[in-house]
Ligand binder design. Structure first.
Ligand SMILES: NC(=O)c1ccc[n+]([C@@H]2O[C@H](COP(=O)([O-])OP(=O)(O)OC[C@H]3O[C@@H](n4cnc5c(N)ncnc54)[C@H](O)[C@@H]3O)[C@@H](O)[C@H]2O)c1
Length: 331
């Protein structure tokens, strides 16, 4: 049994805690949030003790789950690693590459595993797309379009997402999912080109092209849309002998001269709120990592180094967006 202490009782903390409830080999043993009332209510809801400071948490545990605002990921991960605990840390890994390097070094030195929550790699539809690409039955992937956008997430505690020095802005926070998935699918691109929007919350929307030998990836995303704009995640993959499309409906695979194949997945409903209504990707991600910790196996779906590469690529996209954008406008 892997005993987990959860740091951060917010949106993602709730999502992760809901997954631990369903996992037979993991047990949430304590929660930490600097807001005492929030920590206490969350602890009561999930039936575990709560604390306002990780350093003061006396409960024995094997792993720490970091669901804190992004600017705290590095310090929390390093503190947990130095206490000999395995770490699952929400994406983006950190705000800077030196912070990411320090996290990797601390975990490696302590001999503990680090999983960065690049949940899209585990999302059933995206995992199916990876199988189609790797399996080669539809031929070579010619082009891939990835889309992810939504309203500004106004629900974050003390509105930390609006502060670029804490969140990195919508491109780092939201668009990283698709950049990360493209790198997972196809490796290091030959070329990265990005344009986008910078507002008073930082780089908030990106249009990115990633060029690969024989494949082009176009992705767009961020969170600068008005309140009530529905969250959207979609992709369209065009192969030499078919296409796989998820866009407002179930993932459907099209093959020349054949009936479309609607791919079916088991659905697990979330208890959490926010803009995501399924535990699917989070469930698979945490199940896989907990299994790795229980058996001593290394997680290969997301490695710390590949998470660092995704961060490096998005930081390059942001550099380009900034260099090609007029001075900030009001959000
Ligand atoms: N994988 C995904 O799809 C996904 C989705 C949303 C958010 N995230 C990531 O999850 C992380 C958390 O985001 P969120 O939406 O849950 O934010 P949130 O604001 O809802 O929750 C953060 C929690 O951390 C607490 N906190 C802040 N500072 C603290 C400190 N010093 N010590 C202890 N607790 C502290 C806050 O009180 C709050 O309860 C972010 O890095 C975000 O990018 C990932």
């Amino acid at each position: 049994m892997v005993r987990v202490v959860l740091l951060g009782c917010g949106f993602m903390g709730r999502m992760h805690a809901s997954v631990y409830r369903l996992l037979p080999d993991a047990e949430l043993v304590a929660v930490v949030d600097r807001d005492p009332e929030k920590a206490s209510m969350f602890g009561q809801e999930f039936g575990v003790p709560s604390f306002t400071d990780y350093a003061a948490c006396p409960v024995d545990h094997d792993a720490v789950d970091v669901c804190l605002p992004t600017h705290l990921h590095a310090s929390a991960t390093i503190e947990a690693a130095q206490s000999g605990k395995h770490v699952v840390c929400e994406k983006p890994m950190a705000l800077t590459l030196p912070d990411a390097d320090a996290m990797i070094e601390a975990c490696s030195k302590a001999g503990v595993q680090l999983l960065v929550g690049h949940c899209i790699r585990f999302w059933p539809e995206y995992a199916h797309l990876k199988d189609l690409v790797d399996g080669g039955t539809l031929g070579r992937l010619l082009s891939l379009t990835l889309v992810r956008f939504g309203e500004f997430p106004h629900w974050s505690s003390e509105n930390w997402l609006a502060d670029e020095s804490k969140s990195g802005g919508g491109v780092l926070d939201m668009h990283i999912h698709d950049t990360d998935f493209a790198l997972y699918l196809l490796g290091t691109p030959l070329e990265v080109a990005a344009y986008g929007v910078v507002d008073d919350r930082g780089p908030s929307y990106a249009y990115t092209t990633l060029r690969y030998p024989g494949t082009v990836v176009l992705s767009e995303g961020g969170w600068n849309l008005p309140t009530h704009t529905p969250f959207k995640m979609a992709f369209r993959a065009v192969f030499e002998r078919g296409a796989a499309i998820m866009d407002g409906g179930p993932l459907t695979v099209y093959r020349p001269g054949q009936e479309p194949e609607v791919v079916e997945f088991e659905q697990i409903e979330a208890e959490g709120g926010g803009n995501i209504s399924s535990l699917g990707g989070y469930f698979v991600e945490l199940k896989e990592f907990m299994d790795c910790l229980a058996t001593g196996r290394r997680c290969t779906t997301v490695t710390p180094e590949s998470s660092r590469q995704s961060l490096a690529t998005v930081l390059e996209e942001i550099r380009q967006i900034r260099s090609r954008t007029a001075p900030p406008v009001s959000a």
